[in-house]
Design a protein. Sequence first.
Length: 307
Amino acid sequence: MIQSRKETFRVRVISVCFSVLVLAIFKPFGLHAWQWEAYVHLLAIGLLGIFVCMLTEVILKYLVRMPHSLDLGVDYIIRRNLWFQCINTFLVSLMICLYRHFVLSGRIENNRLSLGNFLETLIIMGFCSFAIGLYWRYKFRSRYLAAELEETRMMNEQLKKLQQEAEVQVDETTSTKSDSDPDFSTDSMAPPSTIVLTGSTSETVTLQISNLLYVEAVGNYVKVYQWCEGQVRSDLLRATSKQIEESLSAYPMIVRCHRAFLVNLGQVEKIVAQSGHMQLLIQHSHDLIPVSRSNMSHIKDTIKKVN
């Protein structure tokens, strides 16, 4: 933890030094009028910049509820860095505008606080933030890739455990039903293993939940893919994916991974991740189903329930 904080502080200091170097080269805000004193002002701006970076870390941790952690996955790290850049760029621009107004306006009247000056400062610091972000992304690319591979490996292991637990529960339920009175249900709350999906027309699709592969939305219809009699079968049903999702809400293994796809995690062969994007390789059909960023956390949470 201490090592992680030291590295974070080092990264922030280097980033601030880069921004100060840019200001020293181009001398905006009338800094050229201060001659040698300009470097004193740049040093002061640099120190204030480090303070603002630490303030942004506090805001992220306690207000945005995004603590610094390398254990929450690559997607979390990238998303947190974007939040940091947005908040920090705004605060640094505001800080420089105030410094221009109270300190630098003695020789340059145009440094008075105004919306135009703030936008000018925001554009300059936004450029610096963008360049710094590209640098650190390239710098830590190998680390991100290694973390992404490790995260994917662990999720695939957890997925296998989840599938095994689901199979055991199905076997226990089947065994219990066969040993008990056929007219007596031992678990009236358990959802049926077979379901009939209906749409807005008279067509229906009957399927074994365990054999469902995925559901794809196609315009005003949905395609229901299932493993049936040794082959992949697709049935077209006039319905929305939202209606099908509600019909399958009792089955926790069936989750939404994309606005156009519902998948059965029990039929996912493996998770494929590359450059922050996740896909699910479906058994039997070998189709790669995309996982949108908005649904990625839900997929991860569902898989991690085995822990």
